[in-house]
Design a protein around this ligand. Structure first.
Ligand code: KMH
Ligand code: ZN
Length: 303
């Protein structure tokens, strides 16, 4: 099969607040509808967090996930990737509960514990990313995202039992060693699916050097044939890192979870808009976008 690029859309996440963009989906209907539109625009996979419809805060409420998942499945054939990263205030049990409950085809898994803030680059580009960064940087100084080895073992065992493929979120090179360790322990089975997350303060910055180093490290630790990778940069580095990833043989993730702007000074009005821009860039390089069925074949999903 000719190489196809999987475009994933990360619909709402847990970081951006409703005040940052009127287009950020909050209710289950808004989240599902934007996921369906993103799929119609060409996203083969949609990455899903839930939010409390009243406050806009990240939520682990299974009833909200239920509404979102049911509506997406009724509206499109996209691969559903549920978050186990949840939000920074949730327990491991709350975050992982979606795995046995919904048995999605994919679920994200942050491959370690880390400090979690925004890169100083975000501060320098405040005009790009709206008015929220200084506040966010202050508020986020003491955040630790937790996934100890014990947590990883527990969540991976739940995923194996439920037949859920983990999408391993890799923010830093050492997390590839964590993945290799889990393979050696028999808790992860290749081929792996890696998502390189660049531009979060606490992990690696969103540069081409970071991306190349992660790719080379993954080749060394896992073997080039034993994984597929996707990548994105937070904020304005979303499209540059996605483009580089596609040119290096990887896949791409776009979406309002990671980036609120279509271009400098141009707020994105939907996830679908970000997907369409990504597909225009890929088309310029004669790279074709994978359908959900093709993405399932590439990732070895149960379908
Ligand atoms: N929010 C991103 C920085 C997850 O949901 O498990 C990474 C992410 C993790 O999407
Ligand atoms: Zn996420």
């Amino acid at each position: 099969m000719e190489r196809k690029v999987i475009v994933s859309a990360a619909i709402t996440g847990a970081i951006h607040t409703p005040t940052m963009s009127p287009h950020l989906p909050i209710t289950p209907e808004q989240i599902a509808d934007q996921a369906i539109e993103a799929a119609q625009a060409g996203a083969a996979a949609v990455h899903i967090h839930a939010r409390d419809p009243r406050s806009g805060m990240p939520s682990a409420d299974p009833a909200l996930f239920e509404q979102i998942v049911t509506r997406i499945q009724a509206g499109c054939d996209a691969i559903i990737c549920l978050t186990t990263g949840g939000g920074l205030s949730m327990t491991v049990e709350q975050r992982a509960a979606v795995v046995p409950r919904f048995q999605p085809e994919l679920a994200s898994l942050n491959m370690g514990s880390m400090n979690f803030a925004l890169h100083p680059m975000a501060k320098r580009h405040a005009a790009w990313l709206h008015e929220w960064e200084p506040l966010m940087l202050e508020a986020s100084k003491d955040n630790i995202f937790r996934n100890t080895f014990g947590d990883l073992e527990k969540i991976l065992a739940m995923m194996a039992q439920a037949g859920v493929k983990p999408e391993l979120e890799i923010y830093d090179a050492g997390q590839l060693d964590n993945a290799a360790f889990m393979v050696a322990e028999g808790l992860l089975k290749p081929p792996l699916y890696l998502q390189f997350v660049l531009g979060i303060l606490g992990g690696m910055s969103a540069t081409l050097d970071s991306l190349l180093f992660l790719r080379q490290t993954a080749d060394r630790l896992l073997g080039p044939r034993n994984y597929q990778f996707s990548a994105f940069g937070a904020g304005r580095m979303e499209f540059p890192i996605c483009t580089a990833s596609a040119l290096m043989g990887g896949h791409c993730r776009v979406g309002l979870e990671d980036n609120l702007n279509l271009a400098r000074g141009v707020p994105a009005t939907s996830n679908a808009e970000l997907v369409l821009k990504m597909r225009r860039i890929l088309a310029e390089f004669s790279l074709e976008t994978a359908t959900p069925a093709e993405a399932r074949a590439i990732l070895g999903l149960k379908g």
